[in-house]
Design a protein around this ligand. Structure first.
Ligand code: SF4
Length: 374
């Protein structure tokens, strides 16, 4: 779909586009990293890797990808798996909504498309979790469709190549960027071209210190010619992180520890955690371990000792969590106020639970403290 603004967008000149395609593809053939979704490609491999790579670096994804593909080797196997097993395999990778959307996509592909991806970009766009980027990535890489894509790396490379000095994250700047990428994409090898642009951004056209001297686009790059290529594209305004104080409680009953499960529709839905509250939910001067236990579980317990603190970030919040240990010597009934399930487990079983990275830090803190005390 175009609008008035789009009609005035310059596309790259045909000779520029041809040179960029040739240089990017030549470089990609020589230099690309032999990542497992490239050495053993396929529709399913592309979809899994693209979901995992959203907001996450390749080095972080690699071990998760290998284990995930072993456990769920096809759309069908993923569709048939339980959500808890999928979340457990995703545990620690963050942005858990991706795991649920991936599973729903596998269910639709299995049921509605007989285990193969639909070929029409409009049908791809109907799959859960398939935004414009993912349609471009999966369409071009797995299906050979001449579709463009824009991610952070492509934004940087193309923004510098054409010295785009505007906000490329939204509005006219973003439309301009997509139009340029659509004009650049190689019709014969769209997947390799798109991966080449992303790979250049990840390994050569680095945010702070672009390695222009070894870049295949050196001769054509307008930002390089102007000097200070790192100033392009214009950086987006940074949101300020808000600080949040959180209190979490490790409640023990004899040698068993209480963990609770988040309900649907909340951040971290389906994951397990220690009971916790923070200063977005409760006045700072009222926040303490006793309050956490009473408000969430209706339990009165003896707080034994602080265990330590752990820091994490979530969206635009910096969260400092204070962890306390408490004992429930009386075996009171747990009356959950917000969670969908709870259980008492041996601390050594914490590693088996699907849990966020922030919670894993707390688990580690707790296990270390428990070990230190013999
Ligand atoms: S020449 Fe430099 S700034 Fe331009 S695309 Fe290559 S690495 Fe990036």
């Amino acid at each position: 779909m175009t609008d008035k603004t789009d009609q005035s967008l310059p596309e790259p000149a045909p000779e520029t586009a041809a040179a960029v395609r040739r240089l990017v593809l030549g470089w990609y053939d020589e230099e690309h990293r032999p990542l497992p979704w490239r050495t053993q490609p396929g529709e399913y491999a592309t979809v899994v890797s693209e979901f995992m790579l959203q907001q996450t670096q390749v080095a972080t994804v690699l071990p998760y990808y290998e284990a995930f593909m072993k456990e769920f080797p096809s759309f069908r196997r993923l569709a048939e798996a339980s959500e808890q097993d999928v979340l457990r395999a995703w545990s620690g990778l963050g942005y858990y909504r991706r795991a649920r959307l991936l599973k729903r996509t596998a269910e639709i592909v299995t049921r509605q498309w007989r285990g193969r991806l639909p070929r029409d970009p409009a049908d791809l766009a109907e799959l859960p979790g398939f935004g414009r980027y993912t349609v471009g990535a999966v369409g071009s890489i797995a299906l050979g469709l001449a579709l463009p894509l824009v991610d952070g790396n492509v934004r940087r490379v193309v923004g510098r190549l054409f010295a785009l000095d505007e906000d490329l994250l939204k509005g006219a700047g973003l439309r301009r960027l997509w139009a340029i990428c659509a004009g650049l994409v190689d019709p014969a090898r769209p997947g390799d071209f798109n991966q080449g642009l992303m790979e250049l951004g990840a390994t050569v056209c680095l945010p702070r210190e672009p390695l222009c001297l070894i870049c295949p686009l050196y001769e054509h790059c307008q930002a390089r010619a102007l000097g200070f290529p790192e100033n392009y594209p214009a950086p987006p305004p940074r949101p300020r992180l808000k600080t949040v104080r959180e209190v979490a409680v490790a409640l023990f009953r004899k040698d068993r520890l209480l963990v609770v499960q988040r309900g649907a529709g909340k951040a971290f839905a389906g994951l397990w955690e220690l009971p916790r509250l923070d200063t977005r939910e409760i006045e700072a001067d009222q926040l303490g371990p006793e309050k956490v236990l009473f408000d969430l579980l209706r339990i009165h317990a003896t707080v034994v000792a602080p265990v330590g603190t752990a820091d994490s970030t979530f969206t635009n919040h910096r969260i400092r969590t204070e962890l306390f240990r408490a004992e429930d010597g009386e075996g009171q009934a747990v009356r959950r106020q917000r969670h969908v399930a709870h259980k008492w487990i041996a601390p050594g079983r914490l590693a088996d639970l699907p849990a966020s990275r922030a919670q894993r830090r707390l688990f580690a803190l707790l296990c270390k403290k428990t070990d230190d005390h013999g």
